[in-house]
Write a protein that binds this ligand. Structure first.
Ligand SMILES: Nc1ncnc2c1ncn2[C@@H]1O[C@H](COP(=O)(O)OP(=O)(O)O)[C@@H](O)[C@H]1O
Ligand SMILES: [Mg+2]
Length: 385
């Protein structure tokens, strides 16, 4: 998530100051002052709005490593070069792209440490220790955090980063070298890592598979959607409540018309290429397990293989009559047309739930716009589903 989007969404500077103070209190047992006005004995930090980091000047060497890994833009050569140039320039001169000065008691931030605000958390990258501390943003609920922690404690696969240390609102892990898959420019490596990811989630699925009867499973989803929609209309004032209910109801009818056993498994929940990492040795890691949980075996594969998180993803998925790429975790590799209709309806309900939960885990009325954007897209696509 870009810092410019956070500035629009949330009271970013207050959240940053409160979270940094809380971090030093919880993790380092130090009471520190972090403010935007110069005080005696404080060290100046630069909040770089363009690339979204907080660092001292001169910038620590770790910042350049991180930025060069993050700004490895796929697609066009020009964007790639512009990304690299911006990363290089701003990690050398953080004042370029400066948003604000901040002041922290001198000597508090590690020599090779910088701060990187994320969607729901703030990360402290320490390139001397090669570890990163992740703490929930002040004012944000801990449901997703607790879920991630529980998953990572229970499922110790070699594609899940081990936790080095943790508290109630923070954890520590190693810094990965390499790139998020979304930033891997070598096409062969990209495809290899997609395949590896499928194998990883296939392993997790095989170890946790359980069957449920389709109408019971779908009814569970519908009940949850109904509850969350009510909350979303009340708390977030979303505009697409009625349409969402109608889409979920139509999906339910489709599922009822063709009863079948539904294979479910523990999965990631948000398996997009930004949550997969390819390290320098070419090894694939899956991270950001906030939304891990039990869903149908098709959900993660569909999100990954049809890029459901992107604007065009659902359109591609729906237009495919035999979406063979979603069977990687399914013990049954061939499905009839009727079954495919049920599968698509189930994935739709699971995806509605994903977006509803995602929005409801943000404070205040934030996230309603993103939800309505999703629901509107789906509504246009599904009018005659
Ligand atoms: N262990 C790590 N090493 C290096 N970078 C990381 C690590 N964990 C997360 N990141 C970076 O931080 C970003 C956000 O982390 P993530 O857990 O996906 O949170 P969010 O919920 O904000 O997406 C990632 O996209 C990645 O760029
Ligand atoms: Mg992520």
């Amino acid at each position: 998530m870009r810092l410019s989007d956070m500035l629009l969404r949330e009271d970013f500077y207050k959240i940053l100051a409160d979270t940094v103070t809380e971090y030093f209190h919880l993790v380092h047992n130090r009471e520190v002052a972090f403010s935007y006005k110069k005080t005696d004995g404080s060290e100046k930090l630069i909040v770089n709005g363009m690339l979204g980091f907080i660092s001292r000047f001169p910038a620590p060497s770790g910042l350049r490593k991180f930025m060069l890994a993050e700004f490895n833009v796929r697609g066009s050569k020009l964007k790639f070069l512009v990304g690299k140039a911006a990363a290089l320039i701003m990690s050398t001169f953080p004042q370029v792209g400066k948003q604000q000065n901040a002041y922290l008691v001198g000597g508090t931030l590690g020599k090779n440490t910088f701060i990187s605000p994320q969607n729901r958390s703030i990360r402290f990258f320490d390139y001397d220790a090669m570890t990163v501390d992740c703490i929930i943003k002040s004012g944000f609920t801990s449901k997703y955090f607790v879920n991630q922690l529980a998953f990572r404690k229970q499922y110790r696969y070699d594609f899940v980063l081990p936790l080095l240390e943790h508290g109630d609102r923070w954890f520590r892990e190693i810094i990965l070298t390499g790139h998020p898959l979304a930033r891997v420019t070598n096409e062969t490596q990209y495809q290899k890592s997609m395949q590896e990811t499928i194998i990883c989630i296939g392993q997790l699925a095989a170890d946790t598979i359980a069957y449920e009867e389709s109408s019971g499973y779908a009814q569970g989803l519908l009940t949850r959607i109904t509850e969350l929609l009510e909350e979303a209309e009340h708390r977030k004032h979303i505009a697409y409540g009625k349409q969402t209910m109608q889409m979920a109801q139509t999906a339910m009818d489709r599922i009822k018309s063709h009863p079948m056993p539904i294979p479910t498994c523990i999965g990631h929940g948000d398996l997009q290429s930004g949550n997969i990492w390819v390290d320098e040795a070419g090894k694939t890691w899956i991270y950001d397990w906030e939304t891990a949980g039990r869903r149908s075996v098709w959900y993660d594969s569909a999100v990954l293989m049809y890029s459901l998180r992107r604007a065009y993803g659902w359109q591609d998925f729906l237009s495919e009559e035999l979406p063979k790429d979603i069977y990687s975790c399914d013990p049954q590799k061939v499905r009839t047309q009727d079954e495919i209709t049920v599968i698509k309806a189930i994935i739709l309900m699971e995806d509605i739930l994903f977006y509803l939960e995602d929005m409801l885990e943000l404070p205040q009325n934030w996230g309603a716009q993103i939800y309505d954007g999703f629901a509107n897209r789906m509504w246009q696509l599904l009018k005659d589903f």
